[in-house]
Design a protein around this ligand. Structure first.
Ligand code: C2E
Ligand code: CA
Ligand code: CA
Length: 757
């Protein structure tokens, strides 16, 4: 199971929240950009519409100015000319409601004027005025001047009734006319309701002057004004024309009070739905959209900025997520073993510390730490290679994972060592049950690359709080117990006991001393003679190593040989012994001292080293020793542990002429089949059987059958540890003539040998 800093739920929440934030930020940005752009856009549309309005109003100004200029320059103005000119304009400008001309009539000319007009065909013509009720009456009040309507187009029923209406002397117009007359400009007078039409009109007023050159003062202009052009426009119609050009916008107009310019600014729009409208606009008003696209804050950059910021935000979220998950994988890596994916020692310790922090809150009596080591795993590596060894470890881990309850924490300590943490069990029996379960599990053969491997494990157990109050002590003690289990012959378990670590410390010290001893050559050799029991003749000698350490104490081989075996130091030690022994043997031979065959103990580990045979041959050659004079002793147990492995090497040795003897015979459960195949020449009956001779029936039987076996396989036989004459007699009587033991001699120093023989 992956161990995670954040639970899945928390991580999902974090990612979900950050995406939510992303969306909100994006949304805010979108709205900001949208409204920004919308304002710009509205501004643009407003400007365009305002422009249109100004253009239209400008046209009217232009038209009225042209009309008045024309009037000033021509002498041929009459109602039909006026009508022609006006109707052309009325057709083209829908919003022009009326085009009117007023002529100035001074009071003294009034009657003559009225007379002239009537003669001209306007039968009832008179200069009229309009009262508060909007009734048209004949003007009776005397004014200094009048400005009656003399032309009006279109000349329909509604308008022709205004013929003769003096607009000058009205409250509404007088100031506008005066202003126009004074300045010569087009004056706009709005908000005029024309009778019957019921519409609000806006009037453009432009004076006409007598055709004299310099009108450079106000006074001259007022004096020379001879009429006014009026164009009445319907502003509603004007707007509706514009509206028609912008069908997508709900343009509303508001009432205005002063100038047309103000009115143009009071054009409003409803909400624009930006994306929809932009395409509508594209279709109908390329001009507008073009301007928009060319604008600094155009659509492209808006979308681009939005996109980039969203990508950056998404990227930040992704980077954050990768960072977090790499932290998680880092923690996973730091707490798990690459090869087996089991938890590692670090994780094991972490979990243990959690457990002891909580220990007092539980009813548990102890927490057990199991230290498991695969037996002889090194041999697997040596024989099949490390890759194969790794596969074995993976298989073993899988077994642990799939078979053991997941309440139990299994970790790999490194190499072929595993740790198990077990709590919640309150009696030793349940731990033993688990251990048996594990040993049973491991004992089921593993099939790998067509090999069937039979593994065993050694297990050490320590208990919290009895065997230590922290994980380091508990691991150390479980390790110590495991070592004791190994010493006890492997494939077993041991609970930690107080003196175990002391034993191990001693062992460790000894190991270091031994290393130094080999380096410094603190070894001497003893030779134990072997005799022919029938005639007491010397037939050979066994070389036995002695260690005198720095303090001058002699350390017994039983103490250091097994340790040397376990640690591999035996290889160098035996090479040292071999060299000394062969050298000594050659020396004695040169002195014509016949020792018989020299027996040297050979560790199986030594045998397996690649260069052993080469080195051994080289030694014999160097000291000119015949291989037939040398015998090598291999213990039965070591030999039978892996007979196939040894066979080839032993064959080489045998072919070279070396005699091979099986040491401690009877203790190692030899397979007869192998015994037949191995190139051996001698069996050495173990001391433990000799001890019981001649009274113990079992030993008698065993010794007799070993001798018989040797005979039938055509092998030589020797007995070791013969201490008394009864033993010797028995052996000789039963056909084992060769005798080694204290009865004849203890292992002797070189000098003692030389003195005795
Ligand atoms: P081993 O090969 O079985 O050697 C015989 C051991 O029995 C020797 O003990 C010897 O002193 C002892 N012994 C011989 N006769 C008698 C007897 O009548 N009574 C008693 N009580 N003991 C007797 P040692 O020298 O202590 O050696 C112990 C073991 O150490 C040897 O057992 C051998 O397995 C190993 N060993 C000794 N030297 C070497 C060596 O150079 N190389 C290797 N690989 N192993 C060695
Ligand atoms: Ca021996
Ligand atoms: Ca022996």
């Amino acid at each position: 199971m992956k161990q995670e800093i954040f639970t899945k739920k928390v991580r999902i929440n974090i990612v979900a929240t950050s995406f939510l934030v992303l969306i909100i930020v994006g949304w805010i940005q979108y709205n900001y950009q949208y409204s920004h752009l919308k304002n710009k856009f509205h501004g643009k549309i407003e400007n365009v519409i305002k422009q249109q309005l100004m253009n239209d109003l400008g046209s009217i100004k232009g038209i009225i100015s042209s009309l008045s200029s024309y009037y000033q320059s021509t002498t041929e103005m009459n109602s039909s000319v006026f009508s022609t000119l006006s109707n052309g304009l009325l057709d083209n400008y829908r919003y022009i409601e009326a085009i009117i001309f007023l002529t100035i009539v001074k009071d003294e000319e009034k009657e003559i004027f009225e007379e002239d007009m009537r003669e001209d065909g306007h039968y009832n013509f008179s200069i009229n005025t309009i009262n508060k009720n909007r009734t048209i009456l004949k003007s009776t009040e005397i004014k200094s001047k009048y400005a009656p309507i003399i032309y009006i187009e279109p000349s329909n029923y509604y308008l022709t009734k205004y013929y003769g209406l003096d607009l000058y002397n009205t409250m509404t117009f007088k100031s506008s006319f005066d202003e126009a007359s004074k300045t010569g400009n087009v004056i706009i007078k709005d908000n005029i309701v024309m009778d019957n039409l019921g519409k609000e009109m806006t009037f453009f007023i432009k004076p006409t002057y007598k055709n004299i050159t310099r009108l450079d003062t106000e006074k001259k202009r007022i004096e020379n004004t001879n009429g006014f052009y009026l164009i009445a426009i319907n502003i509603e119609k004007l707007f509706s024309d514009i509206k028609e050009k912008f069908p997508d916008f709900n343009i509303t107009t508001t009432k205005y009070d002063s100038t047309i310019e103000n009115k143009a600014q009071s054009v409003f729009f409803d909400e624009l739905y930006f994306f929809e409208k932009i395409s509508d606009l594209e279709r109908s008003y390329i001009y507008i959209t073009k301007q928009l696209y060319l604008n600094d804050y155009n659509l492209v950059s808006f979308v681009l900025i939005l996109f980039i910021t969203m990508v950056i935000q998404a990227l930040l979220v992704v980077i954050w997520y990768i960072n977090e998950s790499s932290k998680i994988t880092l923690h996973y890596k730091a707490t798990h073993d690459d090869l087996t994916t089991l938890a590692n020692r670090t994780y094991f310790k972490e979990q243990f510390n959690k457990k002891i922090n909580n220990f007092n809150n539980t009813n548990n009596k102890f927490i057990a730490v199991l230290f498991i080591d695969i037996d002889n795993f090194k041999d697997i590596n040596d024989s099949f290679g490390h890759k194969f060894g790794d596969e074995v470890l993976i298989k073993v881990s899988k077994k642990f994972k799939t078979t053991l309850s997941n309440q139990i924490l299994i970790s790999r300590n490194g190499g072929d060592e595993f740790l198990i943490l077990m709590d919640g069990r309150n009696n030793i029996e349940s731990i033993v049950d688990l251990i048996n379960e594990i040993m049973e599990l491991i004992s089921q053969p593993i099939t790998l690359k067509s090999y069937n491997l039979h593994l065993t494990v050694s297990i050490g157990v320590s208990l919290y709080p009895n065997d230590g109050n922290n994980i380091d002590d508990l691991l150390k003690n479980a390790d110590a117990a495991m070592y004791i289990a190994k010493d006890d012959g492997r494939n077993t378990f041991k609970f930690y006991q107080k003196n175990m670590t002391e034993e191990l410390m001693e062992k460790l010290l000894l190991q270091n001393e031994l290393k130094d001893a080999i380096q410094n050559d603190e070894f001497t050799l003893n030779y134990q003679p072997q005799f022919d029991g029938r005639n007491d003749k010397l037939v050979g000698m066994e070389v036995l190593v002695r260690w005198t350490n720095k303090n001058g104490n002699t350390v017994a081989p039983v103490k250091f040989i097994p340790l040397a075996e376990q640690t591999g130091l035996i290889i160098n030690l035996d090479r040292l012994v071999m060299k000394k022994a062969i050298k000594q043997f050659a020396e004695w031979k040169n002195q014509n001292f016949n020792t018989g065959r020299l027996s040297i103990n050979l560790s199986i580990k030594q045998l397996k080293t690649e260069d052993f045979l080469e080195i051994f041959k080289e030694l014999l050659t160097r000291y000119n020793v015949n291989p037939r004079d040398i015998e090598l002793e291999v213990t039965e147990g070591a030999l039978m542990d892996n007979p196939l492995d040894a066979i080839a090497k032993l064959d080489d040795l045998s072919n070279f002429g070396i005699n091979l003897s099986v040491d401690d015979f009877g203790t190692g459960y030899s397979s007869l089949a192998y015994l037949k195949k191995l190139p051996i020449s001698k069996l050495k009956i173990d001391k433990s059987f000799v001890d019981g001779l001649p009274d113990h029936n079992d030993d008698v039987a065993i010794v007799k059958s070993i001798i018989a076996l040797a005979k039938s396989l055509n092998l030589d036989v020797i007995a070791e540890g013969v201490e008394n004459i009864q033993q010797r007699e028995f052996l000789v009587a039963n056909g084992c003539n060769k005798i080694q033991g204290y009865f004849y001699a203890k292992p002797l120093k070189k000098e003692e040998i030389e003195l005795t023989f």
